[in-house]
Structures are given as structure tokens and as C-alpha cells.
Ligand binder design. Sequence first.
Ligand SMILES: NC(=O)c1ccc[n+]([C@@H]2O[C@H](COP(=O)([O-])OP(=O)(O)OC[C@H]3O[C@@H](n4cnc5c(N)ncnc54)[C@H](OP(=O)(O)O)[C@@H]3O)[C@@H](O)[C@H]2O)c1
Length: 327
Amino acid sequence: MPRIVIFGAGAIGCWIGGRLAVGGADVTLVGRPRVLGELERGLQVSELGGGQWTVHPKLSTEAIDGELILVCTKSAQTADAARALAGTTGTIVSMQNGVRNVPVLRELLPGRRVLAGMVPFNVVKRGPGSYHRGSGGTLAVENSDAAAPLTEASLRADLALDLRDDMLPVQWAKLVMNLNNAINALSGRPLADELAQRGYRQILAAAQREALDLLRAAHIEVARVTIVPPRWMPRLLALPDPLFRRLAGRVVAIDPYARSSMWDDLEARRPTEVDYINGEVVALAERLGTHAPVNSGLVRLVREAEGGGKRDFSSDELRHALMRSTA
Ligand SMILES: NC(=O)c1ccc[n+]([C@@H]2O[C@H](COP(=O)([O-])OP(=O)(O)OC[C@H]3O[C@@H](n4cnc5c(N)ncnc54)[C@H](OP(=O)(O)O)[C@@H]3O)[C@@H](O)[C@H]2O)c1
């Protein structure tokens, strides 16, 4: 059985590790005592379309070696993860959001094989030791012989996985979708409820358009990861509610209770990944000698929320707050 280590047992790590264990993979979760303590009687994982399992992966508070080591920490913890993994030898796969984690891992672990991965769906913690997939989509990992143990483990677990040659464009496509994380966190609402409201979607469409224009100017390719090409997404988002409702279900299914992990972070009073998502668009604008007013406004509001500021914006309040910051 493939020996797989999950480094950073949180929402994504526990869910992916648990799902791979369902197929019989030899999984070890490396995480904090408070998270691992909840798994002593088993880890429960469930699927959006039904299916629930209890598995018993190995648990460790220290980094250990495996054929594959999936890094599932938040982006700000990647450098620490690399240092902790310095004594291991297995292939490393970053399953994190953003576009900076793979370069950081490659720089800090020279000579090691580091592959890019992308998790398109959202995972909700339903209770102690219980993780549920909250939206649809297919996992993607860089096409490489070294990914074979993961392909085998996901096949055995009946978990869809795409091997792709264009992971950087895939990661940018995910980043453009993740621009909603900040809007969702600031709305204080579940994703399905937030996205059902045109006012929030229009803000997301503006944030996406801004990012896509900058990416085009920088000649950075953005892959197609849903049935809708990235350039069409802002137009879809801006449609009136009834029309959007009819079309959206065909693009991605969302659990009524799912929220963005940025909302989870604000709720738990942890720093968010906003610098690695909307902040990446702001940094790109700076490199091009221009501005990204919508995304820099979102970064500012999320930072304020991290410091205890408002995080129950109606769509009108959010639009006005963003307009104030661009005035
Ligand atoms: N959640 C989602 O739905 C989702 C969906 C797609 C992609 N992603 C991406 O996946 C990545 C992980 O997100 P997440 O929501 O799963 O984060 P998370 O719930 O915070 O899980 C990360 C876990 O790793 C632990 N950790 C960090 N450094 C560690 C170390 N050195 N040793 C042991 N444990 C360590 C963290 O503990 P501490 O908090 O105590 O540091 C935390 O429990 C992010 O890049 C995120 O953007 C998330």
C-alpha cells in the first residue's frame, strides 16, 4: 500500500488523508496535539454527494518520512514545514492554495522532488474529528512518475485525481476563484448563501476581472478548471439571481453549510491567507507598475477583520467600503 504522510493535519489534510485511508493507503497524519487528540477514536470523512467513513490513520506530532509527503499547512507555515521535512526523503506535494508555496519548498529543500497540487473543493469541519467535502471538483497534481503512489491510492479510494502538465496555470485559476474567500469571510455567510446574492457576486466579478486583466498583461496563463472558461466567470457571476441559480448548479455544487477557510480563520482568530490570494494580485499589479484597487481594498478589510474589525458586511456595505478605499 502507498505510504503517505500528511504534513499539517487540518481541514484539507484530515479530509484527503482520511479519503486515501478509505482506499487502504497507509496514511500518517502529522499535526498538532489538539487536532490529533480528536482523532484517537477515528477520523470521520464524508462526501458531498453522500458516503461517510470512519478510518484510523496513524498519528504523529513529529515530521516522519513517506513515499509521498502532502504539505497541507497554511501558506504562512510553509517555510516551517520545509524545515521540519529537511530530514525526510519522500516526494513532496504541496496541496496548498496560492502560487508561492512550491517555490518556497523547492528553495528550502534543494535537490528534493517537490510537486504542485491543487484542491478545488472546500472542506468543512463538522465536529471533533469529522471532515466533510463542501463543494465539487477534481484534485489535480503535477504530472510526474513520482506521483504514482498518489494516483494508485486515489484510484483505490475512488477519489478522482487529474495529473496535469500545466500546474502553474491551474494554481492561478484556483487563485482567481479563491478571490471569493475574502468576500465570503467578510460577508459572515455560508458560501451558498453569499453566492446566491448578486451584490456579492458583482464584487467577486470585479475582483476576478481585475486579476484576469493583470494576468493577461503579465502574460501569465490561467487554466480552465471548471466547465466555464476563466474569462467568462465574471460575466456568469454578474447575471441576475434567477439566471445565475439555473446555471451555477452546473458549474459547481456547494453544500449549504460550507464556508471559506478564510472565514474559519477569522472565526478562530488566526491570521488568514489573504496576502497569498488577493495580496498576490496586488503584488502582481505593483510589479506591472499599476494598482489593483478592488483586491487591495479586500486585503485591507480582511486585515481589519483579523484585528477584530467588521465581518458581517451586507453586499452594499462591502461595495461602499471598497469604493471608499479606492476613492
Ligand atoms: N479548508 C479548505 O476548504 C481548503 C480548500 C482548498 C485548499 N485549501 C488550502 O489548503 C491549505 C490548508 O488549509 P486548511 O484549511 O486545511 O488549514 P488548517 O485547517 O489550518 O490546517 C493546517 C494544520 O496544519 C497544522 N500545522 C501547521 N504547521 C505545522 C507543523 N509544523 N507541525 C504540525 N502541524 C502543523 C496547523 O496547526 P496550527 O493552526 O496550530 O498552526 C493546522 O492544524 C491552505 O493553503 C488552504 O488555502 C483549503
